[in-house]
Ligand binder design. Structure first.
Ligand SMILES: Nc1nc2c(c(=O)[nH]1)N[C@H]1C(S)=C(S)[C@@H](COP(=O)(O)O)O[C@H]1N2
Ligand SMILES: [Mo]
Length: 523
């Protein structure tokens, strides 16, 4: 960026500020788009995803909880959006500054690119070699810098020889650079959008699940309560809650899959996906729950899981004396610790699952293989994209969430939820139908009661109990409903005779408690 040798005027005229900001934006977006296209072709995280993954790992637990609470399953788009928005603002400011101080603009752009590079090198969600995972951010860095140089160059004011007043910037060169940047953007965006990573998706489409040796018994008639708007008894896969730290769903094709079982065992086992298909497959309905589920929250779902009993595989490996824990690791390096006895207990029925509601596991729910353990919160049991099972001791390791303020062991707490009415819903006086679900995995639900306002507890109608590991639906009609605003409260009692406590405790360190209530109107 050469300065003219003539004495510069006190204030230098420049091209309009927005041309600088636009240049910064275009250079950054085109760079990111091309980098993302390359990432897609290589099957590794895009630069924005890598930055996002790092943010997930670095944010303190309260903020993570806040994000899950505020945005629920949308926390990922919100995070990606925030990273992208921050980048756009920084790039626009850099471009604007670049009108007067091109070196500063290039410096800022280089720093942004380097940040992406470092996060790509540290990205845990990719099993590819680092040399490959950093290629997209290198492309982003190079393309952004080259384009920014070209755009800013075009914006430099040319001066007629011997004339103090600038003649304006080179509109043709600027337009040309804008077109080049736009083309880069379109190509990168198109590749990312249309060639999105497909190896795991294709692999899933090829999977044929065998018939289970032990199918689940039919869902009992009457397990579904007759209340409009209540949760479906079986949660469809597409509606099943999703909670994980993976910004980009880990890609684990079934044909390269290997499950290693090792640690304090007599004999290490290595099982391919084919091997798992040949095992004795069991199908059972199990209600999964997340420790992040607030009282009345949505992070609970009921599905039929197909899988190999964990107890059988552990028995074959031969667990050594002294072990009390199993540390499972996923393809994206999530570590989860589970009490050994929960997995060796054949009664409990923990599964190495390969199927969900009659289909191979959806990619977001752990394809090709995950663990499902009745009665334990997901973060201590339900490892998705499972690749490694190590028999060990709790004293020898700390699992991911245990280092973030959650307890190492966490059975699911007895709980109940009102599905209908929704908050502030208006119901007609002659048809005040109330309903919901209650769960006490591995024990079973025996009784559910509701009360209106400060009235007496009333027994509700319980739908048929499926098995002790599934939720149970309930319904109730308020016969002599009175007009106005009311509050309904629910509490459940399990088959051991324990009734839910009214004490409200937060989700950390081992799950929420308290009664769910809903305010609604009768008209
Ligand atoms: N690899 C991996 N597995 C994981 C998690 C994760 O973040 N990564 N989250 C766990 C948590 S906290 C829960 S509640 C369940 C949720 O399973 P789902 O998304 O299929 O409902 O997965 C568990 N398995
Ligand atoms: Mo969870």
């Amino acid at each position: 960026m050469s300065e003219t040798t003539t004495a510069a005027p006190a204030t230098r005229a420049t091209a309009p500020w927005w041309t600088g900001a636009l240049s910064g934006l275009l250079a950054a977006v085109a760079g990111v788009a091309l980098g993302s296209g390359v990432a897609t072709l290589l099957g590794v995280p895009t630069p924005i995803e890598s930055v996002g993954n790092r943010v997930i790992d670095l944010v303190p637990r309260p903020l993570k909880e806040f994000a899950i609470e505020q945005f629920g399953t949308n926390d990922k788009p919100v995070l990606i959006g925030s990273v992208a928005a921050t980048l756009l603002v920084a790039a626009a400011v850099a471009g604007w500054l670049g009108l007067r101080r091109p070196r500063l603009a290039l410096g800022i752009t280089a720093l942004l690119g380097l940040a992406a590079l470092v996060t790509a090198a540290l990205d845990r969600t990719s099993t590819a070699n680092v040399v490959v995972t950093v290629i997209p951010s290198l492309v982003t860095l190079a393309v952004s810098l080259l384009l920014l140089v070209r755009l800013l160059k075009a914006l430099e004011l040319s001066r007629k020889v011997g004339d103090e007043t600038p003649a304006g910037f080179d509109r043709r060169a600027f337009l040309q650079a804008v077109l080049i940047a736009s083309a880069a953007m379109a190509i990168g965006g198109g590749v990312t959008r249309f060639l999105g990573s497909s190896a795991a998706k294709d692999s899933r489409a090829d999977v044929m699940l065998p018939q289970p040796a032990t199918p689940a018994p039919a869902v009992p008639a009457g397990a579904q309560a007759d209340v409009k708007g209540i949760s479906p008894y079986i949660t469809p896969n597409r509606d099943f809650y999703r909670i994980d730290t993976a910004l980009r769903v880990p890609q684990v094709p079934a044909d390269t899959f290997n499950l290693r079982i090792h640690g304090m065992v007599e004999k290490e086992l290595n099982l391919s996906f084919e091997d798992l298909l040949k095992e004795r497959l069991v199908e059972s309905r199990i209600t999964l729950t997340c420790v992040s589920n607030e009282v009345g929250g949505p992070y609970v779902g009921n599905a039929a899981w197909l899988g190999v009993p964990v107890a059988e595989l552990l028995a074959r490996a031969g667990v050594k004396d002294g072990a009390d824990a199993v540390k499972t690791t996923s393809a994206d390096d999530m570590t989860i610790g589970t009490p050994l006895e929960a997995l060796t207990d054949t009664e409990r029925g923990a599964l190495i699952a390969i199927g969900m509601n009659g289909e191979p596991l959806p990619l977001e729910h752990g394809f090709p293989v995950r663990m499902v353990v009745p009665g334990l919160y997901g973060y201590v049991s339900a490892t998705k994209w499972l690749v490694d099972i190590e028999v060990t001791k709790f004293s020898d390791f700390k699992a991911y969430w245990t280092t973030r303020g959650y307890d190492a062991e966490a059975p699911i707490k007895l709980s109940s939820r009102i599905d209908v009415p929704k908050a502030f819903e208006a119901l007609p006086r002659d048809n005040v139908r109330i309903g919901g679900v209650a769960w006490a995995q591995s024990v079973g639900i025996e009784r559910v009661e509701v009360k209106i306002d400060d009235g007496d507890w009333q027994d509700v109608d319980l739908a048929a109990q499926d098995n002790v590991n599934t939720w149970r639906q309930w319904s109730w009609t308020w016969e002599d409903a009175t007009e106005g605003t009311h509050q309904v409260t629910v509490r459940a009692t399990d088959a051991d005779g324990t009734t839910q406590t009214s004490d409200r405790v937060p989700i950390a360190p081992d799950g929420s408690t308290g009664w769910h209530n809903v305010r609604f109107r009768v008209e």
